[in-house]
Design a protein around this ligand. Structure first.
Ligand SMILES: NC(=O)c1ccc[n+]([C@@H]2O[C@H](COP(=O)([O-])OP(=O)(O)OC[C@H]3O[C@@H](n4cnc5c(N)ncnc54)[C@H](OP(=O)(O)O)[C@@H]3O)[C@@H](O)[C@H]2O)c1
Length: 316
């Protein structure tokens, strides 16, 4: 099979097009033909210096799949060849990512692709959408009428978070650079703040009054200290990056901080699916490019300023 492989860490030029053996599904696993692969900042972090992920070389990176079950291993009960599926492959120790024509995964992390979505759209959901779902819906559990601040609203995770929070009935304040403001307003954000040119805390406390907002979600990193200041007493804060700064206001304000690191499961994919099928949420596809152009996708990922998703087409 065709695969974009790395044999060392480094810049986007480390990818090489190789012909390699298809992986064989073991008990409980399925072999999936990858129609489209999503891309995420974590792919670029591993490509740069990913020894922490314990992935043996030669390695196929890529952690978002939409495709078709080709073969099932022994003891697989819920999936059949021909099923259209989507999922986010395991990262740690897994050399069988989605930058290849075929990949394998435990059936426990695979779910049926939402009806009405193309493989290109579905490939953008599992990792970024799953992270936004975990933080906004499961952990912060935003309720109708609450106000949620989303740091980095236009990115892969942020653009799902904005839509999930609106679908849950919340008011959304999102931060982004100026070029993304009209995009975020169209996506449903009630207030958009330019984190480069405006004093975010001052803007929010002006909007929310002195008590502060109900919840904050940091998708960009470095914003927890400010979140403790703008979130009300007994409010909730979630982060998908390591918390930094002075967090002393957290305990005095009785706030809860949710560290959120995505785990793999099919249940979360199934929970999100109705929102996409009812068109209450959509996938923001920034660019579509062939698998062989993965280096170009990584140049963009390296910038740290994604808007929606970059998707790779892999097989027809
Ligand atoms: N813990 C987990 O399980 C998990 C899961 C997924 C992602 N992540 C991590 O979360 C981060 C975001 O992922 P992503 O897929 O959303 O990335 P992305 O698509 O590249 O988006 C990043 C966004 O951050 C915004 N941004 C950059 N600096 C900012 C700042 N100082 N304040 C506010 N916004 C800022 C950018 O907005 P502008 O372009 O408007 O400036 C951009 O929209 C990455 O570091 C990723 O590795 C962690």
């Amino acid at each position: 099979m065709r695969a974009m492989v790395i044999t060392k860490f480094g810049g986007p030029d480390v990818f090489e097009l190789w012909e390699i053996e298809r992986p064989q599904p073991r008990p409980g696993e399925v072999l999936v033909r990858v129609v489209a692969s999503g891309t995420n900042p974590v792919d670029a972090k591993i490509r740069q210096a990913g020894s922490w992920a314990g992935i043996p070389f030669p390695a196929v990176l890529g952690y978002d799949v939409s495709g078709i079950v080709e073969e099932i291993g022994p003891a697989v009960s819920g999936l059949q060849p021909g099923d259209e599926v989507f999922f986010t492959p395991e990262i740690f120790g897994n050399p069988h990512g989605s930058y290849a024509e075929f990949t394998i995964a435990s059936e426990r992390i695979v779910a049926r692709k939402p009806d009405g979505l193309s493989h290109i759209e579905a490939a953008g959901i599992p990792l970024a959408g799953g992270t936004a779902w975990e933080a906004v819906i499961r952990r912060l559990a935003v309720r109708p009428g609450e106000t949620l601040l989303i740091h980095g609203g236009a990115g892969g995770v942020g653009s799902f978070a904005v839509q999930f929070a609106k679908a849950a009935g919340a008011q959304v304040i999102a931060t982004a650079s100026k070029a993304n403001h009209s995009f975020l307003e169209e996506l449903g954000a009630d207030v958009v703040i330019d984190y480069r040119d405006q004093d975010v805390a001052e803007q929010i406390l002006g909007e929310a009054g002195h008590a502060g907002i109900d919840a904050s979600f940091d998708t960009a990193g470095g914003n927890i200290e400010m979140s403790t200041l703008v979130t009300r007493p007994f409010g909730r804060i979630a982060t998908i990056l390591p918390p930094t700064g002075d967090l002393s206001a957290l305990y005095m304000k009785n706030q809860t901080l949710f560290g959120t690191f995505l785990t793999r499961e099919s249940a979360r994919l199934r929970e999100m699916t109705p929102l996409f099928e009812r068109e209450q949420a959509k996938v923001i596809v920034d660019t579509i490019m062939p698998l062989e152009d993965v280096a170009k996708a990584h140049e963009r990922l390296d910038s740290g300023h994604g808007r929606g998703k970059i998707i790779l087409t892999v097989t027809e």
